[in-house]
Design a protein around this ligand. Structure first.
Ligand code: NCD
Length: 337
């Protein structure tokens, strides 16, 4: 794929060589994310960060990534605070915002909305999550994390064994991650969900066509016993018809330290796109795992910054200019990482 000037809307756009390229640029971003160096390469550039659904880490990490490259960020959060609430079309919003910005990140509750918006935009648009459809940058940072965690264990992405657990029907992160894994070989993937919240058929078909071993199950214990990565997810309650319906499934699959010790192989990596639902009735990933060194959830969030910096660098064609416009950091950095 040619990153320069491209919209980033779906994992369908990525081949294995594109993922390799992105990850090698992301590694070069580490000194900037760790506040060892600063760069001003995007001095004068403006990101419009448009989040029409709740977000903490995706919105802030996109903003931080752009700031760390020297650019400025303008934001809107919530449909109710934007002209969309006055009946403005995605087309008009896109035409307006692309007149103000050099790149746009957008999250919106409707599947396909970011692609519709992008078709009217004059600048690159990055999908920050469109309804239950896709969340490509989350999948990319997840895969970057998986690769790093496996490297520390002497393993590769080819041959990965992973369990995806929870609301696989509505979870856009697992949809994008499943597509991304189709670029690799001999994956074993356990899809653990209530029967009503199964991974969509078309995505299961893609995994099977890629030659992967796919196990669809409702048994958490038997699945987490055989994997390198446990990828837990939240019941996406905002996508259900009613709270009562969502409540039927909350708390169904809970991973805590006792379950981990009893069933998982030693050093199984625990991941989650976050937010984990820490309310007692849900609690899919217990806080008693916080001291477990295999809990990678905050390494995932850290990795989100470098992966998003790399995407900006590739789409805005500044990869080689980043280091040329850099200097060491001169303030106290708190001894980060
Ligand atoms: C996810 C999302 O918004 O899809 N969050 C995130 O961006 N890290 C997952 C979720 O909300 O459960």
């Amino acid at each position: 794929m040619n990153f320069v000037g491209s919209h980033i809307l779906s994992i369908d756009q990525f081949e294995r060589k594109d993922i390799d390229r992105l990850f090698s640029v992301a590694i070069n971003m580490e000194p900037y994310a760790k506040r060892q160096r600063i760069t001003k390469v995007l001095d004068g550039a403006i990101l419009s960060n448009m989040f029409f659904e709740p977000s903490t880490r995706t919105r802030v990490s996109f903003g931080c990534a752009f700031n760390l490259l020297g650019g400025e960020v303008r934001e809107t959060t919530g449909i109710e605070n934007s002209a969309l609430a006055k009946g403005e079309s995605l087309y008009d919003t896109a035409r307006v915002l692309s007149g103000y910005s050099d790149v746009i990140v957008m999250r919106h509750p409707q599947s396909g909305s970011v692609a519709e918006f992008a078709s009217a935009s004059r600048v690159p648009v990055i999908n920050g999550g469109d309804g239950a459809n896709e969340h490509p940058t989350q999948a990319l940072l997840d895969l970057y994390t998986i690769r790093r965690e496996l490297q520390g264990r002497g393993k590769e992405l080819d041959g990965l064994r992973i369990g995806m657990i929870g609301d696989l029907k509505h979870g856009r992160t697992v949809h994008s991650l499943a597509k991304l894994l189709c670029n690799y070989q001999n994956i074993e993937i356990y899809l653990v969900s209530p029967a009503a919240l199964k991974m969509p058929e078309d995505l299961v078909d893609l995994l099977v066509e890629a030659g992967h071993k796919v196990v669809i199950t409702e048994s958490l214990e038997s699945s987490i016993a055989h994997v390198d990565i446990v990828y837990s997810t939240r019941i996406q309650e905002e996508r259900f018809g009613s709270q009562e319906e969502a409540d039927l499934y909350r708390g169904r699959f809970r991973l805590n330290q006792a379950v981990y010790t009893q069933y998982c192989e030693p050093n199984t990596v625990i991941m989650h796109p976050l937010p984990r639902d820490s309310r007692a009735e849900a609690n899919e990933l217990d806080s008693d795992l916080n001291q477990n060194p295999n809990l990678a959830i905050f390494r995932q969030t850290d990795n989100g910054v470098v992966v998003r910096m790399a995407l900006f660098a590739l789409t805005l064609d500044i990869v080689d200019a980043v280091d040329k416009n850099s200097q060491p950091v001169r303030w106290y950095t708190g001894g980060r990482r």
